[in-house]
Design a protein around this ligand. Sequence first.
Ligand SMILES: NC(=O)c1ccc[n+]([C@@H]2O[C@H](COP(=O)([O-])OP(=O)(O)OC[C@H]3O[C@@H](n4cnc5c(N)ncnc54)[C@H](OP(=O)(O)O)[C@@H]3O)[C@@H](O)[C@H]2O)c1
Length: 327
Amino acid sequence: MREGLDTFNEELTIPKNTTNTFVLMLSQIVKRCSPLPSSSKIMILGAGFSGNHIAAVLKSLGNSVLCSRRNLEKPGADFVFDSEAPSLPPKNILNEVTHLLSCIPPTKDGEDPVLNKLNAHLKSMPLEWVGYLSTTGVYGNYEGDWVKETDPVKPKQTRSKNRLACEQSWQASELPVQILRLPGIYGPGRSALQNIQSGKSKIIEKPGQVFSRIHVDDIAGAIIYLMNLATKGERPSIVNIADNIPTSSMEIISYAASLLECSLPPIESFEIASKTMSPMALSFWEENRRVSNQLLCKYLGYELIHPDYKSGLKDCLIQEQSSRMIN
Ligand SMILES: NC(=O)c1ccc[n+]([C@@H]2O[C@H](COP(=O)([O-])OP(=O)(O)OC[C@H]3O[C@@H](n4cnc5c(N)ncnc54)[C@H](OP(=O)(O)O)[C@@H]3O)[C@@H](O)[C@H]2O)c1
């Protein structure tokens, strides 16, 4: 626990460890989001790439947020939560939480780390909304078809079966849970731009294969939008958060190369490339689906900040370039 932080901080402005570029980027997202009611106390468990970003936006909106990581030295950590360690978040903090977001993946045994460790506390917390970051891997292979929240889940990979089991445990918890299904997450510092810059990328050609994705700004924007909707009584139990245009890996890499003004990496057929792929990479290529965002964007009214990979990758490039100029 950070020194002097014995409960939620009411005087929040720009989060610690925040660069000028990040402040600029945050101000763009903040303009599009509404703060939660001032009485809200938000806890984000597992503030890694997505959780830290959501926390930064909420803090910039003036909301009270506390974040866990497994080590207090990691950026954005207010307190330690490690499901494999004996200690728990302090009770006085848990007792105030109105909004809880878990960004923590299942354990190696396929169990949910938060439900496992905090189940006894969750029921006594004044929770108005609980978000669980899941994956669209639970849908399994749809042979390139569109898939929406009401379609059957048919996970094939063990990790996706585990994920579905965690979703089901959250849904059985009788808490005000909303499952947020995410496809591939990208954002500044974590995108096809880094693949190109590594010099090791190649274009893998598999006709008909697409991947859905979401920029981390839209994870933050959509979740804050959904939290606000829940305060008005609208809380669909499962929501996909994906952009508008599922795209082939070839299009993404080619566009990233054009933004960086680099020549295209070599093209390899999937048949050849698959021979040297890791089992994890191979498992992603074995499934093909287009994740629908109709519930989020059409019926619930969320407007994407980055509707497609072109807008998202351009943003990543701008953020990364300005960050280099400042640092
Ligand atoms: N990456 C993707 O493309 C993708 C796509 C769909 C869904 N997802 C899922 O969406 C969620 C957020 O993704 P992300 O990429 O933002 O994740 P991330 O950066 O890897 O963050 C995961 C967080 O979980 C924490 N954590 C992991 N194991 C833990 C444990 N046993 N006890 C306590 N904390 C633990 C990590 O702690 P530390 O900060 O200490 O490391 C980290 O803060 C994850 O559940 C991820 O599996 C990811």
